[in-house]
Write a protein that binds this ligand. Structure first.
Ligand code: AVI
Length: 328
């Protein structure tokens, strides 16, 4: 299929909707609750309150990834911009009004910035903040679910040397390893022959640190996880009694990943869109995984997807990594 051609104009912000029509939330919840291990995809965490709670998580003393990645970027931003090169179209998965995106844009000065994000309001607000900060920047935001394949449009009107994909925050960890490989292969196709990738990846470490990062003392991560039930009640007319469930998160060192669940405290049943779902005490809804990688493991994944690892930047305590890879 020919990619669509969209006009891009310096200093202008445009948004495009690439979401399929129809209500996938209801279908995904009904299908997920009917599984033997109940499961709901983590992309549904991010309603307005979910986004706010995630921001609060990023500030928690136990949740080291955000501040560590930020420190790595601050220390190596000149090298990162040099790696990205001049005149590159910057494509970001996830919505970036954060400092990471700002310092990368400042250092790289890309002629075109393309954020890709499922939550339209978040993306629009983030893009407008960036537009105010960088009035010369051309922003073409895509509202899309990047956990599924979609065709990136071509943009006319801005000369581009190459494409650089930025995927910070270790969001790649929220895919299984097979999904991550599949995703990186799509990124490789999208970036093209001269393309490059800058990706933030959380590193494997001791269980105590990881357990605390996903089950913090103040219960913010718990509120973030349980907010999914509140959202289902509000948007899908369900009758979850949120107090009858609890947050459960733990690091599985064999799988090398965090698992997050919502656990039923009692024997109970719940209705969603007229359908009844039974819960045994201790039964869980699996809501998220967060895979952790060694540097070598992630580089191998990149190679399998058609990238050549060129740089890896880490912090002195080896908590987090930012990889620079080029398409081969
Ligand atoms: C968005 N993502 C990278 C976060 C993570 O660390 O996996 C989501 C999160 N879930 C609980 N805390 C943070």
């Amino acid at each position: 299929m020919q990619p669509q051609l969209h006009q891009a104009t310096p200093g202008v912000v445009r948004f495009y909707n690439f979401l399929p029509p129809g209500d996938t939330f209801l279908a995904d919840v009904l299908a997920g609750l009917a599984l033997p291990q109940k499961a709901i995809p983590p992309k549904y965490f991010y309603d307005e309150r979910g986004c706010r709670l995630f921001e609060a998580i990023c500030e928690l003393p136990e949740y080291y990834p955000t501040r560590t990645e930020m420190a790595i970027m601050r220390s190596h931003i000149a090298e990162m911009a040099q790696f990205a090169g001049p005149g590159a179209q910057l494509i970001e998965f996830g919505s970036g009004a954060g400092i990471k995106t700002r310092i990368l844009i400042e250092a790289m000065q890309p002629p075109l910035y393309v954020p890709i994000e499922i939550a339209r309001d978040t993306m629009e607000a983030a893009s407008l903040q960036l537009a105010a900060r960088f009035p010369w920047l051309n922003i073409s935001g895509l509202c899309a679910d990047y956990s599924h394949p979609f065709e990136l449009p071509e943009f006319a009107g801005v000369p581009i040397q190459k494409k650089v994909v930025f995927f910070p925050g270790s969001t790649i960890g929220n895919f299984t390893r097979e999904e991550a490989l599949e995703f990186l292969r799509r990124v490789r196709r999208l970036a093209g022959t001269d393309g490059a990738l800058l990706v933030g990846v959380d590193l494997k470490k001791d269980k105590k640190t990881l357990d605390a990062a996903y089950d913090d003392a103040r219960g913010v991560t718990g509120a973030f996880n349980l907010n999914l039930l509140t959202r289902i009640n509000r948007e899908l007319g369900a009758d979850f009694q949120v107090k009858r469930f609890r947050h459960k998160a733990f690091y599985d060192p064999v799988m090398g990943r965090i698992e997050m669940h919502i656990e039923s405290l009692y024997s109970q049943f719940v209705h969603v869109a007229g359908k009844r779902f039974n819960f045994a005490p201790g039964e869980t809804i699996h809501t998220e995984i967060s895979c952790k990688y060694s540097v070598a493991e992630f580089q191998e994944l990149g190679r399998k997807a058609g990238f050549s690892p060129v740089h890896v930047w880490t912090d002195p305590a080896q908590m987090f990594s930012v990889h620079g890879m080029i398409a081969i």
